[in-house]
Design a protein around this ligand. Structure first.
Ligand code: HEM
Length: 543
């Protein structure tokens, strides 16, 4: 048959197929025999990318159903994204922190998301991956400072938060009257402002202008697109403008030296002294950079608090048991007669140390909801070894690498057959063991290794706070915030649906690829009233 006689559709299909084959042969990455297995895709170069855009991190769960590898490769465009799916490979990844860089991604975010100018970029890129081997430079010195500060200054941070939070609790449903609230919005609003104030002091930008709280979450919601969409001022106008208002407010805060006021955390004062004094960034750039600190401090803590409270409220039996534990941490003092309100003193140290079920429920909430992917950039060709199986794989320079916590946190061989559902008691062996070890006076690190019902430890499996060199330094502070907020609701209030029906949690918004803990997909309207016997209670927190 002559070419002119062939049907055009056949010719077109053939041409597309040959071109696709040519492109995929010449441009697509070729697997090195030492690399982790490649996951095929029907659309060369962009197939995985399309699915990641469409399904977010859920795509990694879908892949795991068909290709159950502990470590594998997604060829994307001309590069590779390695996915870590097992605790053993997660440990191997964290061990190789010298060549699997966290800071290179931080630097990219500072440019794309926090709008750093060229001069500031030069400062933060200097020795960012410890090229000089002396841990000098703003990123490494800031990292080291913060890891010390979050331990040494934890009491100050905790006290600041409780002082900022308690007024909202004491103003809620006063004089025994029920108060309707949108639970997610109420928590998000007051918690974000209190959290910002505990770091940035009494003149925190969000305290002076509470509408910035909404701007903050609008900005947060667009963090993925801000990385990739060109001309954000045009195509992401609302988020861009919200970010601009936040930049301006934090700049004013810095220019007016508000970080020097009493009540501001020493952590933020030191960040300001280092950034402005030692490293010479402008006030504007310091201010924009602080939005990254706000992100770390708020975007995960607020939804985890919401979900923990939701899980407890939705289960009457669990609610009663947690309430009994929390009640043992409350002292009620005086004032019953004569018009003075009774002081209800919540001891937050006891909450952490003497409430194994409450602590187990917190970790279980984190397991289910805090499954953010932990990303790294490969700086040099690196061999990773799985010490359980003895396997070694090569990960190549210039590639991305991510722990799929959303897969690992639901792996039945680790968490048991009920891994897909919330089980408040799952972490009891972890929280109770620490109580025994500490003779009842201390509880395990909230990021501690998961211990199953048979007592077996699963190192590397619980990744809500990351691990290794970049494990979350703010986790103890986060634990105080989350547990004190939830405990006050549990001990002091009843929360029901407006028609009096038991609380029903809303669905989750689902998982994005670049995001914090997933938020509720919709708000939930509830009626809050004071618990019988606590109608006139005035709440106070102590450590
Ligand atoms: C439930 C609440 C929180 C969760 C689930 C969480 C989770 C994480 C995770 C997974 C990482 C490691 C990221 C990586 O390795 O790629 C991290 C790092 C970090 N977190 Fe948190 N975090 C929480 C609360 C906080 C709070 C309250 C603060 C501060 C007030 C904070 C400050 C930080 C900082 C500064 C880093 C970067 C550490 C570094 O430079 O290596 N986090 N967090």
């Amino acid at each position: 048959m002559a070419l002119s006689e062939m049907p055009w559709t056949l010719i077109a299909t053939g041409t597309v197929a040959i071109t696709a084959l040519f492109i995929s042969r010449t441009l697509a990455p070729v697997k090195d025999p030492q690399e982790p297995p490649f996951i095929p895709t029907s659309i060369p170069l962009i197939g995985h990318l399309i699915q990641l855009f469409r399904q977010g991190a859920g795509y990694l769960s879908a892949i795991d159903k068909n290709h159950h590898h502990g470590l594998y490769t997604l060829p994307i465009l001309t590069g590779r994204l390695y996915i870590v799916n097992s605790p053993e490979w997660a440990l191997a990844m964290h061990k190789a922190h010298k060549t699997l860089s966290f800071n290179t991604l931080v630097v990219q975010a500072m440019r794309a998301i926090f709008g750093f100018d060229e001069a500031s970029m030069q400062v933060i890129e200097d020795n960012m991956n410890n090229e000089r081997g002396d841990r000098s430079g703003i990123l490494l010195e800031m990292h080291d400072m913060m890891f010390g500060a979050f331990v040494q200054q934890i009491d100050e941070l905790n006290a600041n938060f409780m002082q900022c939070w308690i007024p909202h609790i004491n103003a809620l449903a006063p004089a025994g009257k029920p108060e309707p609230i949108s639970l997610w919005y109420w928590l998000r609003h007051h918690f974000s402002i209190a959290s910002a104030a505990s770091l940035y002091g009494p003149k925190s930008p969000l305290t002076l202008n509470p509408s910035l709280e909404n701007d903050f979450w609008l900005f947060e919601n667009s963090i993925g697109p801000l990385f990739s969409v060109p001309y954000p001022s045009v195509f992401l106008r609302k988020a861009y403008q919200a970010r601009q208002r936040l930049f301006d407010a934090f700049t004013e805060y810095t220019e007016l030296d508000r970080y020097k006021l009493p009540g501001t955390s020493r952590l933020i004062q030191t960040r300001a002294e280092m950034t402005l004094g030692q490293f010479g960034l402008t006030e504007r750039m310091f201010a924009q950079g602080e939005l990254s600190m706000m992100f770390a401090a708020v975007v995960n803590t607020v939804p985890v608090t919401f979900w923990l409270l939701s899980y407890i409220l939705a289960d009457r039996e669990l609610h009663a048991e947690v309430r009994a534990e929390v009640d043992r941490c409350v002292d009620i003092a005086g004032g019953e007669s004569g018009g003075t309100r009774r002081r209800c003193v919540l001891n937050v140290t006891k909450l952490k140390a003497q409430c194994p079920l409450f602590n187990s429920a917190l970790r279980e909430t984190l397991r289910i909801t805090a499954t953010m992917n932990i990303n790294r950039l490969v700086l040099e060709d690196t061999l990773l070894t799985n010490h359980s199986t003895g396997e070694t794989f090569l990960v190549k320079k210039g590639s991305g690498l991510a722990i799929a916590a959303n897969v690992m946190h639901f792996e039945k061989s680790i968490w048991g057959d009920d891994a897909d559902v919330f089980n408040a008691r799952r972490f009891l062996p972890t929280t109770e063991k620490s109580k025994v070890d500490g003779e009842g006076s201390k509880t395990a690190d909230v990021a501690a290794t998961f211990r199953d019902a048979k007592g077996k430890l699963h190192s590397g499996a619980f990744r809500s706070f990351g691990g290794g060199n970049n494990v979350c330094p703010g986790r103890q502070f986060a634990q105080t915030e989350i547990q004190s907020v939830v405990a006050l609701f549990v001990a002091g209030f009843e929360v029901d649906m407006p028609d009096g029906a038991p609380y029903k949690p809303p669905p989750s918004e689902g998982l994005r690829m670049i995001a914090g803990v997933s938020k509720p997909g919709m708000d939930v309207e509830v009626h809050v009233r004071r618990r019988t016997g606590h109608e006139d209670g005035e709440w106070v927190c102590e450590m």
